[in-house]
Design a protein around this ligand. Structure first.
Ligand code: SF4
Length: 64
């Protein structure tokens, strides 16, 4: 599974970074970065929670 960000919707509020810091990072310019190419089984629950909790519905998961 891959993380897909709708950059039109993301407002860089950092909710996903707090929920899943292994998968998301905000840089000093408040630009969001996705840190993982493929979501591992270990990370899946956290990433799914970030998708659910994103207040802008900017995140989704896509099959490879
Ligand atoms: S939670 Fe959503 S809006 Fe906030 S930084 Fe992450 S993707 Fe962007």
């Amino acid at each position: 599974m891959k993380i897909v960000v709708d950059w039109e919707r993301c407002e860089a509020n950092g909710v996903c970074v707090r929920v899943a810091p292994e998968a998301f990072n905000l840089d000093e310019k408040d630009q969001l970065h996705v840190l993982v190419e493929n979501v591992t089984p270990e990370l899946r629950a956290k990433v799914e929670r970030a998708v659910r909790d994103c207040p802008r519905q900017a995140l989704s998961l896509a099959r490879d």
